[in-house]
Ligand binder design. Structure first.
Ligand code: PLP
Length: 426
């Protein structure tokens, strides 16, 4: 292949737009790398506070997507030169994701459309092979619908029972109750790493230790963790881990499932189709080795490859630095909001990152969302796909402001000023 026409991931990642060594993030400079942040909404400069739903995209990702479709597009599979190149750039991103979360081997990374698909792959594989009447699945009250409904479905279809660990008044997982609920028939624990409502970081390493001491495997939903903090799946010790690339600068439909190779190998396939089987024989299904066994059909080739430079971008900033910056910004915004009479911040007092949900006394959250929108602030209101957690925290709905390293303290001020005005006017 002509290297100049077909740059590889490695080549692209040398064009660094962000300083490597500065201790402080140069946020103004970073913002210039995200074209959407330059636009206006309702006539005002956009304040984008909805990164927990999906992140904005760096130019390097957009450029990679364009170049891939214009110059390198082909089927990912061994064969002609174009396909060989496509396979190479696709597999480079698999290795990158493995490095990002410290997986032992690239084949432990399965590409999916997002965390939801990753969580469903595991729930279906368990339903097919591990669950039956009398068995139990343990989740928590803090789960997003994507890590609750797949397990409800698996339990409904297999006759297993869903058990739910309660949360404390501040939204922490009740660890004592968790330990009690780990029983002889618990077949899997499925828990989120970071709450999409409160931003609380849950003690998944400790929970994994407790579950493993009883021989129970653990699946962690890392949708809200991977873009915001260093994640080391081997340090956590979990068996499976799900993540969303589109929440980390990637295109709209990309994510991954991580699984310890031996655990993925012993599970049955979840989806059948082309590319996942060695051969089509009506006598017996013969899955390919990892990771292909779990990647049936045409992969999200363009999305995966374009996610690559976004991963580089995040890793070059440094996940430690990102976490420190976002934690400080979340704390700053929390302090500002708490100073407004009638504002309640959910999950206050827990170890939180990047996500801030709140209510304003006497103003429905959807009304707050509308008023913020009018002021150029994109935040989100509603049940946040986590009705049980909201109920446990004593509300039906909330407003959520979620941050990324491209958000500024001035934007947190703008949020607080707008909320103060909304509270005053109602
Ligand atoms: N899990 C959590 C905690 C989430 O916040 C989300 C999305 O907001 C998901 C799962 C679903 O992720 P995806 O959109 O990648 O399917």
């Amino acid at each position: 292949m002509d290297e100049t026409l077909h740059p590889t991931e490695a080549g692209e990642s040398e064009d660094k737009t962000v300083p490597r060594d500065n201790r402080e993030l140069d946020v103004e400079r970073i913002r210039r790398d995200f074209p959407m942040l330059q636009r206006r909404m309702n006539g005002l400069p956009l304040v984008y506070l909805d990164s927990a739903a999906t992140s904005q995209k760096p130019q390097v990702m957009i450029d990679r997507m364009r170049a891939l479709y214009a110059e390198e597009y082909a089927k990912v599979e061994e064969g002609h030169s174009l396909s060989k190149h496509a396979t190479q750039v696709f597999e480079e991103v698999r290795a990158k994701v493995a490095r990002l979360i410290n997986a032992a081997e690239p084949r432990e990374i399965i590409f999916t459309r997002g965390s939801t698909e990753a969580l469903n792959l595991i729930s279906r594989a368990f339903e097919r092979s591990r669950l039956g009447p009398g068995d139990e699945v343990l989740i928590t009250m803090a789960e997003h619908a994507s890590n609750a409904i797949p397990w409800q479905m698996a339990c409904e279809d297999s006759g297993a029972t869903l058990r739910v660990v309660p949360v404390t008044a501040s939204g922490e997982i009740d660890l004592a109750r968790f330990e009690q609920l780990l029983g002889p028939r618990t077949r899997i624990v499925a828990v989120s790493h970071v709450s999409n409502v409160t931003g609380t970081v849950f003690p998944v390493k400790r929970m994994t230790e407790l579950a493993h001491a009883r021989g129970i495997p653990v699946l962690v939903d890392g949708a809200q963790a991977v873009p915001h903090m260093p994640v080391d799946v081997r340090d956590i010790g979990c068996d499976f881990y799900a993540g969303s690339g589109h929440k980390m600068g990637g295109p709209s439909s990309v994510g991954f499932l991580y699984g310890v190779a031996s655990k993925l190998e012993e599970l049955p396939v979840a989806d059948g189709g082309s590319t996942m089987a060695q051969t089509l024989s009506f006598e017996k299904i013969q899955p390919k080795p990892l990771p292909h066994k779990y990647e049936a059909g045409e992969p999200a080739f363009g999305e995966v490859v374009a996610w690559g430079p976004a991963i580089d971008y995040w890793m070059d900033l440094g996940l430690e630095r990102i976490a420190a910056y976002e934690k400080a910004l979340t704390e700053y915004a929390t302090g500002k909001l708490l100073a407004i009479p009638g504002v309640r911040v959910l999950g206050e007092g827990t170890e939180r990152i990047a996500v801030l949900s709140f209510t304003v006394e006497g103003v429905p959250p959807t009304e707050v969302e509308k008023e913020l929108d009018r002021r150029g602030i994109a935040a989100r209101a509603g049940e946040l796909d986590a009705e049980p957690l909201l109920k446990a925290l004593g509300v039906d709905m909330a407003v959520r402001a979620s941050f990324m390293f491209y958000n500024t303290h001035e934007e947190a001020d703008a949020l607080a000023e707008a909320v103060a005005e909304i509270a005053r006017l109602h």
